[in-house]
Write a protein that binds this ligand. Structure first.
Ligand code: ACK
Length: 287
């Protein structure tokens, strides 16, 4: 049996099939675009939802990602993971219904209308904790879920700025917990761990690296490796370079947490359970 297992065409999905006539959205109400889907704001039986609709003219692989994302999400129930409310696979363009996150993405919050928006101490640690809790749930899930595309665009915020993890298009399920294994090289380069970028080595520690980049983004409200092309990112990260940490206003605890999460040697990166412990210490406001 293949160690890395993607769920394809899971029959269980039929249980959350919704009727197309119960869902309403206007083509103008676009929340955002992904590579193989468009996300609209809509309603399902008068409840606010996000409608993630498959684009037309996709390869079979892209369609499989969509199905496997829905089949995976259907198994996940955690307050820090975006909830799948239904799927409609019979529509000309299949779609899934996700809980509506009115705060948009963390990326949009940090980079707003082009100007960097700094986070206050409480919001920083609340979002950091939310993401770590969601990731801890995924990594402890049986079978284990590796997200493999964790980035600020895939962290969504509700009306109270509480964060949830979204976009499981690249995620994989692992029944065996070998430390690392070969997988396809895909993801978003600036958030990808060196061993993933260069060798396609997949493990839970790839998500921990991506989390470090998110902690850095929240500190600086900047884009990681801005202006670098994929090759430059790859060469820098492989050489052990990381985005520069600000010299002021970062506690020793937070600096150490970020540095350990993006360690070159993946086995030196902490688990999300350990990250949660370290966050509690780092979150104590400076006296
Ligand atoms: O940064 P955004 O405003 O927040 O743009 C992206 C875009 O769609 C592509 O993923 C938005 N989005 C995705 N899922 C949801 C959701 N469940 N609720 C609200 N917005 C969403 C995301």
């Amino acid at each position: 049996e293949n160690e890395v297992e993607r769920l394809r065409g899971c029959d269980a999905l039929a249980k959350c099939e919704v009727r197309q006539r119960d869902v309403e959205w206007r083509p103008g109400d676009v929340l955002g675009e992904g590579s193989f889907s468009t996300v609209y704001r809509g309603t399902f039986c008068a409840i606010d939802v996000a409608v993630k609709e498959l684009k037309l003219k996709l390869s079979q692989d892209d369609k499989n990602y969509f199905r496997s994302e829905a089949a995976l999400l259907q198994q996940l129930h955690h307050p820090r993971v975006v909830l799948l409310m239904g799927v409609c696979s019979t529509a000309a363009r299949p779609f899934m219904l996700l809980e509506y996150m009115s705060g948009g993405s963390l990326h949009a919050l940090l980079h707003g209308d082009g100007k960097p928006v700094p986070l206050d101490h409480a919001t920083y640690f609340c979002i950091a904790r939310d993401v770590a809790q969601g990731m801890n749930y995924l990594h402890k899930h049986d079978p284990q879920v590796l997200h493999l595309d964790l980035k600020s665009m895939n962290v969504l915020l509700d009306a109270y700025s509480r964060a949830k993890i979204a976009d499981f298009g690249f995620s994989i399920l692992r029944r065996s917990r070998s430390p690392a294994q070969k997988g396809a090289i895909r993801g978003t380069p600036a958030w990808m761990a060196p061993e993933l970028l260069t060798k396609g080595e997949v493990s839970a520690k790839c998500d921990v690296y991506s989390y470090a980049i998110i902690l850095w983004e929240m500190l600086t409200s900047e884009q990681p490796f801005r202006g670098y092309d994929v090759l430059q990112i790859l060469e820098s990260v492989e050489a052990g370079l990381r985005p520069p940490l600000p010299s002021a206003n970062v506690s020793r605890e937070l600096r150490e947490l970020i540095t350990s999460c993006w360690a070159q040697n993946s086995s030196l990166r902490p688990s999300f359970a350990e990250v949660l412990g370290a966050l509690e210490e780092a979150a104590v406001p400076p006296s």
